[in-house]
Ligand binder design. Structure first.
Ligand code: ADP
Length: 438
């Protein structure tokens, strides 16, 4: 390859000069030395003109943008230009390929859900993606070429960066947004370059906290009745001969109530876990809405045992598409809450209405009501406004969590209106796609 341009130069310059000399020698032999000199001068002028023209072409081409096709050189110069042109073209293609690859790589890094910061020597920021800007409140336009430790000043981060031991990631709280938890991992590469990867793990952390709370809550809920049952049994064993039959029955009844409570709790936990892990309610049973609501009304009347005025309102019937078992469980949960949280003498209204806008099941009571601050949290597992009252009435704190799951699985929503001291209205609203009016 190195020889080719050289051979072009040899041929492009040496051949005309040799031909000229030969012409001069022949002129000298046949016509004398003056003629030889004249021919030589003429030839040299011709060669100089050709060289000048080709050089002009070369200079004009060099001024064009890279990639402009080679000019048509005269004689062997044409080959020389083509050779240079091809070489430039190849280099151009390599550059284009490299810059396309770099572009793709940058696009991938820009779209990454994790933050990426490239650090040059002395911890200078060389490049960062938008996610890194968000995580650390940085600004690409201002902060590139600035030292990262000047911008993220949290002591734990500075210590991690300086320690050069990046086997484990660092979990840190964002300074400016305290609700954000970041997991940061530094990767050293290519000698003294480093890459800082960051991931927002706030959601994961929240889930982990919820899981821990849940385990603590379940243990607590089970421990209380278990302690009571254990206590009664010990009392009975200790005083086996001292207790009358009535007293023994009394203690055993109390123990049995507690064991029922534990059973109910476990059943509701299993229901909740099945609802949480199960896919959205695909069961499209055709449930006769009015018949189901009437059934719940009768059960509620029995549960109230004459302590409340329970009434039924039906405004339109229709068919609800969904799981009958789940819908029954949610409807009766709301109805039994109304009975449990409404003092004797109160009213409980159970109703269903359907129309073009979908269907609504509601339970209205004039019971104790709920302060507005509690309403957003009612569907959390084990959330109770009044723990004592919930327990007294056999509550587990899981009912509304189950209702919320069921209504969501049916693409509906739970709407709660309540006022402390005046009563509550709980409604499950279903979209038109779930309600058939014919
Ligand atoms: P619980 O088993 O404790 O009743 P739920 O999940 O069914 O659990 O309800 C959560 C809390 O919401 C209850 O502890 C109670 O404080 C409140 N609540 C539910 N329904 C009513 C209602 N109709 N009237 C007043 N408070 C209610």
């Amino acid at each position: 390859m190195i020889n080719r341009p050289l051979s072009y130069v040899t041929v492009g310059v040496a051949v005309p000069v040799a031909a000229l000399l030969l012409l001069a020698v022949l002129g000298g032999i046949y016509r004398g030395s003056d003629a030889a000199l004249g021919l030589l001068v003429l030839g040299l002028i011709g060669v100089a003109i050709m060289l000048a023209r080709n050089l002009r072409l070369l200079v004009a081409w060099a001024r064009q943008p890279i990639g402009t096709p080679a000019p048509q050189g005269e004689g062997l110069w044409g080959g020389v230009f083509d050779e240079i042109g091809e070489r430039l073209q190849r280099e151009c293609e390599v550059k284009e390929r490299l810059s396309a690859e770099l572009g793709r790589f940058q696009q991938a890094a820009l779209a990454m859900p994790d933050g990426v910061i490239y650090l040059a020597e002395d911890d200078l920021i060389e490049w960062m993606n938008p996610m890194a800007e968000q995580h650390f409140d940085l600004d690409r336009r201002k902060d590139v070429r600035r030292p990262l430790p000047n911008l993220i000043r949290q002591p734990e981060f500075l210590a991690y960066l300086a320690a050069h031991n990046y086997a484990e990631p660092l979990t840190m709280r964002s300074l400016r947004r305290r609700d954000r938890t970041l997991q940061v991992q530094v990767i050293a590469f290519a000698g003294n370059r480093r890459m800082v990867l960051s991931r927002d793990v706030s959601q994961l952390e929240r889930l982990e906290t919820m899981r821990r709370d849940f385990v603590a809550n379940v243990s607590h809920e089970l421990r209380t009745p278990l302690t009571v049952v254990g206590g009664f049994l010990e009392t009975l064993i200790d005083g086996m001969n001292d207790f009358s039959r009535e007293e023994a029955v009394h203690y055993l009844t109390l123990a049995s109530e507690q064991s029922n409570r534990m059973q109910r709790l476990i059943e509701e936990l299993l229901t909740l876990s099945a609802l949480e892990t199960g896919a959205p309610a695909q069961v499209d049973e055709r449930v006769d809405a009015a018949a189901l609501v009437e059934e719940v009304f009768r059960e509620t009347d029995l549960l109230s045992a004459g302590r409340h005025q329970v009434s039924l309102v039906l405004e339109g019937g229709g068919v609800l598409l969904g799981s009958r078992k789940e819908l029954h469980s949610a409807f009766s949960n709301l109805a039994s809450n109304a009975v449990r949280y409404t003092p004797a003498g109160g009213h409980v209204e159970i109703g269903w209405r359907s129309g073009e806008e979908g269907g609504e099941y509601w339970v209205k009571d004039d019971g104790i009501g709920i302060d507005a601050v509690h309403i957003p949290r009612l569907t959390e597992r084990f959330y109770r406004v009044d723990r004592g009252r919930s327990r007294e009435t056999g509550g587990t704190g899981l009912g509304l969590a189950i209702v919320k799951h069921i209504v969501t699985r049916h693409q509906g929503e739970l709407v709660v209106d309540s006022e402390l001291g005046s009563g509550s209205r709980f409604a499950m609203r279903f979209p038109p796609a779930r309600v058939r009016l014919d």
